[in-house]
Design a protein around this ligand. Structure first.
Ligand SMILES: [Zn+2]
Length: 399
């Protein structure tokens, strides 16, 4: 039960169509999760009257969210018409900014990527404005018949009300009004969020079925840095300014091999991010006579998969550091699950035992332990994150 704040109460008074909105949302989510499904099955599952379901289905078809896909087996009378989410039709433009690369994609309602273009992220903000605006405008003008919205995932914090990016530490960019610029250029609404929040949302809607069923979980994204997204009661906890979840900067130990993006050597990120792993690996190789330094994290994972002792050792050591941080999160939040995201997931068979051991050591002896799972979102979770910022809104409000 949520506390009612009087300052917000006028927005919370139930509108006359609230029940209808909720039913619409329920029907859309039945189609999303259980398709192919018939009107009769939805009616049976939800106990909504058949006529109510039919009216809602007509409406959802009318706004292009679901479609008919032929007939199913009859249980006596006429063969039922089956429904599914309308795929192949663009509904979202995703803009994913990472320190290395910026990707602009076009996606359908199921999160399928229909088109994709990428360019190296530049520290020149004028170039970034020009590139992003031209690519988003191009997708928008090619799809004028569709109701598109833009979702944007950034390695920083954003003010969702104004659509402004408040700060991206990696490039020291502040008060970047890219959201307003996109809306002015295309007329499309824009929603911007921190990359870890966006990926947590993607896990909630498109992740492993085990995670989608979980109401309380924490997503740990291992990349250039470490980001965490906190999901409480089926919602991303954003905190003020969307700045919650900066556990990459919690204290883990002293004198890490690399300096954290915040300038310290004692943060989680300085011990367990991709750059920390590469730095320790290269330092070890120099110590034992050399070879050229490895700068690509996937390369290191490949070496470990082929059984190179040093690479396996470094990843197991990294699992210890990750495990310490995850253990702290388990103690503080008592979630049902922690999902680990990023390329490191490919080495799950190497890091799994260490992570599970740390999970078991957290002080919850009397309670069921939390699951620690690898993400199923693949190597570019932030791309799906940017798209999910748009899609989640559609499934949550169905209009
Ligand atoms: Zn730090």
């Amino acid at each position: 039960m949520k506390k009612i704040y009087l300052s917000k109460a006028k927005n919370q008074i139930a509108r006359h169509n609230t029940i209808r909105d909720i039913n619409k949302q329920v029907v859309l989510n039945y189609v999303r999760v259980q398709s192919p499904i018939s009107r009769a099955e939805i009616s049976r599952e939800t106990s909504l009257q058949r006529s109510t379901v039919s009216a809602i289905v007509d409406e959802l078809q009318g706004i292009g969210l679901i479609e008919e896909i032929g007939t199913g087996d009859s249980t006596g009378g006429r063969k039922p018409t089956l429904l599914q989410l309308r795929t192949g039709t663009p509904v979202a433009i995703g803009v994913d900014i990472t320190p290395r690369e910026t990707t602009v994609v076009l996606a359908d309602l199921a999160g399928n990527i229909l088109r994709k273009e990428a360019f190296p992220t530049s520290s020149d903000i004028d170039y970034m404005n020009e590139q992003i605006l031209s690519k988003v405008s191009c997708y928008a003008s090619e799809n004028t018949g569709h109701e598109l919205e833009v979702g944007m995932s950034i390695p920083g914090i954003a003010d969702q009300a104004s659509g402004n990016i408040l700060y991206i530490p990696y490039f020291q960019w502040s008060d970047w009004d890219i959201g307003r610029r996109i809306t002015e250029a295309t007329g499309l609404p824009v929603i911007i969020d921190n990359d870890a929040n966006a990926v947590a949302l993607a896990e909630l809607w498109f992740g492993d079925p085990e995670i989608r069923r979980t109401r309380n979980f924490i997503m740990v994204m291992v990349a250039e840095g470490i980001g965490t997204g906190i999901v409480i009661d089926g919602q991303v906890y954003r905190g003020e300014y969307g700045a919650a979840g900066e556990f990459g900067h919690m204290y883990i130990g002293n004198n890490a091999a690399v300096i954290c993006s915040c300038g310290r050597r004692d943060c989680w990120e300085a011990h367990a991010s991709e750059k920390a792993v590469l730095s320790r690996y290269n330092a070890g190789r120099n110590g034992s006579g050399g070879g050229t330094a490895i700068t690509n994290f996937e390369h290191l994972i490949g070496l470990a998969e082929n059984g190179e002792k040093q690479a396996v050792g470094i990843l197991k050591e990294t699992a210890e550091y990750l495990g310490i941080g995850i253990s702290n999160l388990l103690i503080g939040f008592s979630p049902q699950a922690v999902v680990v995201c990023g390329s490191i997931v490919r080495a799950w068979n190497i890091i799994n035992n260490e992570l599970q051991d740390y999970g078991k050591r957290s002080i919850r002896q009397e309670l069921a332990g939390a699951m620690i799972l690898p993400s199923t979102l693949g190597d570019s979770p932030t791309i799906l994150g940017s798209v999910t910022l748009v899609l989640a809104q559609k499934f949550a409000s169905a209009n």
